[in-house]
Structure formats: C-alpha cells, structure tokens
Write a protein that binds this ligand. Sequence first.
Ligand SMILES: [Fe+2]
Ligand SMILES: [Fe+2]
Length: 182
Amino acid sequence: MDFYKKVEQFVQESSPKSSRHALRTVFWMKRIYPQSDEAMLIAAVAHDIERAFKKDKLKGIKGNKEGFLDKKHVEDHQEKSAEIIGNFLKKQGAEDGFINKVKMLVSKHEVGGNEEQNILKDADSISFFENNVDYFIEKLSVEIGKKEVRDKFNWMFKRITSKKAKEIAMPWYKDGIRKLED
Ligand SMILES: [Fe+2]
Ligand SMILES: [Fe+2]
C-alpha cells in the first residue's frame, strides 16, 4: 500500500475540508467490494482531487441550466481529477499500467461504466449521502438553488448500480430530501 498512503496524504493536505468524504469513499468501497485493489482505493481517495485546486468552487455550476449536473462540468471534473492524480503518481514513480488504471477509474467516477468504475461511483454516492447532504442543504441550496440540490440528490441516488449500495444510501438520501422540504 505504498502509493495509497502517499496519495491519501496528498489528498488530506490539498483539501482538508473534503478529506472526510474522500476517506469514507474508501471505507464504503472496501465494504461493498472487499477485494478492491490498490488502484481502486487510490481512485476512491483521490476521485474529487481537482476541486482542491479550483479557485472558484462553483464555477461551471452557478448559472447553468443543469446546475450540478451540467454535462461539461461533470466531464471536466472527472477528467481533471484523473489528470491530477495521474501526474502525482507519475512523480512518485508508479508504473504506467497502474497509473492508467487509476485514471480510467477516476475519469468515469461520476457516470460509471465498467464494473470497477461502477463500484467507485456507488461508494462515492454512499459517502456523499453520509457526509455532504447538510452542506448542500445549508449552503448550496442558497447559493445555487433548492431545485438544483434536489436534482443532484436524486441523480446521486439513481446512478447507484448495486442493490447493496442503494440500501446503504437510502436512509440518508430520504433524510436529505425531507430536510430540503423543510
Ligand atoms: Fe466527483
Ligand atoms: Fe465524490
């Protein structure tokens, strides 16, 4: 787990505020898929890394008709995160095959695709509902809009592939939707 530890430290140092979401994505990935390999765990901890380097966090979201779900915003977010973690691993001396696997996973962590990309996406959704709901309700529903936050919650839940992951996320998702109505 040599590279994993280095990446975890990199994530914690570059974005202390969101490191809980990152670490819990790793936790849930291990829970739903205990045989996850090191590349998968690295992808889980680093999947949102581009946000740490984004000056205006709401750029590409605010003012968009689709809000958080704007296609270009989602694609940029996945691709930039893959790029950043790929470059980091390269500097640490990781092999190309390993780096490519991490990038392959991170570059589709929002939309999923193959089995392992879907596992990352599901773990991300669980960690989102476990940790990020209050921030979205208290801060982003004011700054972006209630409808956009509701759309985001629905999208983050609906995109989950595995039944097990859906069951875990369900109570937090329902709670989030309820709180949003208050
Ligand atoms: Fe993400
Ligand atoms: Fe995430």
